[in-house]
Design a protein around this ligand. Structure first.
Ligand SMILES: [Zn+2]
Length: 506
C-alpha cells in the first residue's frame, strides 16, 4: 500500500475564506488538533501578509511538533526571508514559494514574459535552498498553463533544489480525466521528476475538488492539499476529511493509505467550524450533521437489521460517537476532570478550577452538559482575560415595539450602563455597547449555530467586526442567544483593544 501525504491548508487558504479572522491563539489551537488528526504538513499561514500572520505562524512553528510546518511566500526575497524567520524553529520546516505560470496570469497579473517568470521561480527556489532543504514550489494556475512551459519550469526548479512540486487547479476549472492526463503530461516533460514529490491543490468552484485530487492520486502524485470542511477562497478547497475517508473507505480502488487518524475527524471539523464561524451544511459529506442519519422507514429498517445495508462508513470511524455521555448539575469536579481526560483535553489544576466554575454555572441553566459543551468551555477558557465584561443585559423586542437594550459593562471593576434602540435586539445591544465605550463598529459577518442537538442546546455566535479598517473576530456561547451575541461582540472589542485598534472614552 502506497502512502500519500495530506497537506493541510486550513490555516492559510482556509483562513482566506471571506469573513474569517482567527486570532493567533485560535490558529495554534487548530494546529494542535491538526497534529492530532495526523496530517503530514500544516501550512500555518502567509507570514508577509501581516504582523499577526507572522506571529501566528511563528507560534505554531515554535510549539507544534510531530508534523512538518510550512509557510507560504511569493517568489521574492522579502517574502521568503519573512517566511523563513517564522518557521526556522519548526519541525521539518518547509518554505512554500509560488508564482503564476498561466498565460492569463503572467500577462495581466504579473506583466512578465514566460522567461522572466521562469527566472524568478528559479531564483526563489535557490534563495529558499540557502535556508532549508524542504522546499515546495507551486505553479499558480497550473491547470490553465501550457504543459510544455510547465515542464520547463518544473525541470528548472528541481535543478535549483525544490523537493515538492505543486500543481494547483487555482480556479477550480479542471475535470477529473483531463486533470489526470495533465498530470501525466507534466510527469513526461519534467526532468528529475522521480527525485521529487508531486502535489495537487484543487479548488471546488465546480464541486470537483475532491474528485480532481483523487484522479491525480491515481496518477501517482505523492501529496494532496486540502482544508478541513473544505473551506478556502471562494467555493473552497478539497475537504481533507473527504479525501481521507474516500481513500480509507475505497482502499480497494485507490490502493493508498494516509496517516490520518479518522477518529479525530469529527472533533477537528467542529473545532474549525466553531473558531472560523463557517457553519457546516447539514448534508455535507462525512462531517455534516445528517451524514449518518437515516430518515426513510425503509432505510431505518435496513440499518436496524444490518448497518452496512445503508452505511458505507460508521459514525464512530470519524469519532462522531463521542457525544453519548452527558454530565449534569450534580456531576462533581472529579467527573468533569475524568471526562475531559477521556476527551484528550489535558488541563492543569488552575485551569480546571476555572472550567469547573463555568461548568457549574452552565449546568444550572441547562439540564445536560454534553461533550460539545465541554469543548466549548475549555475553548473559551483559552482566551486571554477580557478587559470589558458583561454585568447584566436586558432587551425588549417584539412585533409592535422598537427593540431596546439596556446593559451594564464592567471595566476595571467599575460598572458603566446605558441603553440604545436598534433594528433588532442584537443591534440594540451592540449600539448600547458602542455608546458606553465610545467606539464605532461595522458588522461584517454574524453567524448563529446550536452547538448540540435538541431544544436544550447552547447558542453559539461568531462575529467578524471591523474597527477603523481592522477586522477582528469574536465568539460567544450561552443558552440565551442575545447573550451569546453580546459575548461574541465583546470578545471582538477586547481583542481590538488589546491590539491598539480602538480606545475607550468612558
Ligand atoms: Zn488555493
Amino acid at each position: 500500500m502506497r502512502q500519500i501525504d495530506i497537506f493541510d491548508t486550513t490555516l492559510r487558504d482556509g483562513e482566506q475564506s471571506p469573513g474569517v479572522a482567527l486570532s493567533p491563539e485560535e490558529k495554534l489551537q487548530i494546529a494542535r488538533q491538526l497534529a492530532k488528526l495526523g496530517v503530514n504538513v500544516i501550512e500555518a499561514g502567509f507570514p508577509i501578509a501581516s504582523p499577526g500572520d507572522f506571529q501566528a505562524v511563528k507560534r505554531i512553528a515554535d510549539e507544534v511538533r510531530q508534523v512538518s510546518i510550512c509557510a507560504l511566500a511569493r517568489a521574492n526575497t522579502k517574502d521568503i526571508e519573512r517566511a523563513w524567520e517564522a518557521i526556522a524553529k519548526g519541525e521539518d520546516p518547509r518554505i512554500h514559494t509560488f508564482i503564476a505560470t498561466s498565460p492569463i496570469h503572467m500577462q495581466y497579473k504579473l506583466q512578465k514574459s514566460p522567461e522572466q517568470v521562469l527566472e524568478q521561480a528559479v531564483a526563489a527556489v535557490k534563495l529558499s535552498k540557502s535556508k532549508v532543504s524542504n522546499i515546495e514550489f507551486s505553479a499558480e494556475d497550473a491547470s490553465r498553463s501550457d504543459v510544455d512551459f510547465l515542464g520547463r519550469v518544473f525541470s528548472a526548479v528541481i535543478e535549483a533544489g525544490a523537493t515538492v512540486l505543486n500543481i494547483p487547479d487555482t480556479v477550480g476549472y479542471a475535470t477529473p480525466e483531463e486533470f489526470a492526463a495533465f498530470i501525466k503530461a507534466i510527469m513526461e516533460r519534467t526532468k528529475g521528476v522521480e527525485k521529487v514529490k508531486l502535489s495537487v491543490h484543487c479548488h471546488n468552484d465546480l464541486g470537483l475538488a475532491v474528485a480532481n485530487s483523487l484522479a491525480a492520486a491515481q496518477m501517482g502524485v505523492h501529496q494532496l492539499e486540502g482544508a478541513i470542511n473544505g473551506i478556502g477562497e471562494r467555493a473552497g478547497n478539497a475537504a481533507v476529511e473527504e479525501l481521507a475517508m474516500a481513500i480509507k473507505t475505497r482502499r480497494d480502488q485507490f490502493q493508498l493509505e494516509t496517516t490520518i487518524n479518522s477518529k479525530e475527524i469529527s472533533r477537528t471539523s467542529k473545532l474549525v467550524s466553531r473558531l472560523t464561524g463557517m457553519i457546516v451544511q447539514p448534508n455535507k459529506a462525512i462531517v455534516g450533521k445528517n451524514a449518518f442519519s437515516h430518515e426513510s422507514g425503509i432505510h431505518q429498517d435496513g440499518v436496524l437489521k444490518e448497518r452496512s445495508t445503508y452505511e458505507i462508513m460508521s459514525p464512530d470511524s470519524i469519532g462522531a460517537d463521542m457525544d453519548t455521555i452527558v454530565l449534569g448539575k450534580h456531576s462533581g469536579r472529579h467527573a468533569v476532570r475524568e471526562r475531559l481526560t477521556e476527551l484528550g483535553l489535558e488541563i492543569d489544576e488552575s485551569r480546571l478550577d476555572e472550567v469547573f466554575k463555568e461548568f457549574k454555572l452552565l449546568a444550572e441553566r441547562k439540564k445536560e452538559v454534553t461533550t460539545d459543551d465541554l469543548f466549548t468551555l475549555v475553548d473559551s477558557q483559552t482566551n486571554n482575560g477580557p478587559q470589558v465584561t458583561l454585568e447584566y443585559l436586558q432587551v425588549s423586542s417584539g412585533t409592535q415595539i422598537v427593540p431596546t437594550s439596556t446593559l451594564g459593562l464592567n471595566y476595571k471593576d467599575q460598572r458603566y450602563e446605558d441603553a440604545a434602540c436598534g433594528d433588532g435586539p442584537v443591534d440594540a445591544a451592540y449600539k448600547a455597547i458602542d455608546k458606553i465605550l465610545g467606539i464605532k463598529h461595522k458588522l461584517l459577518h454574524y453567524a448563529l449555530q446550536a452547538i448540540n442537538e435538541g431544544e436544550d442546546s447552547q447558542g453559539e455566535v461568531t462575529v467578524s467586526v471591523q474597527f477603523d479598517g481592522h477586522t477582528v473576530g469574536g465568539r460567544g456561547v450561552s443558552p440565551d442567544i442575545i447573550e451569546s451575541s453580546v459575548k461574541a461582540y465583546l470578545q471582538a472589542v477586547n481583542r481590538a483593544y488589546e491590539r491598539g485598534w480602538i480606545t475607550f472614552t468612558l
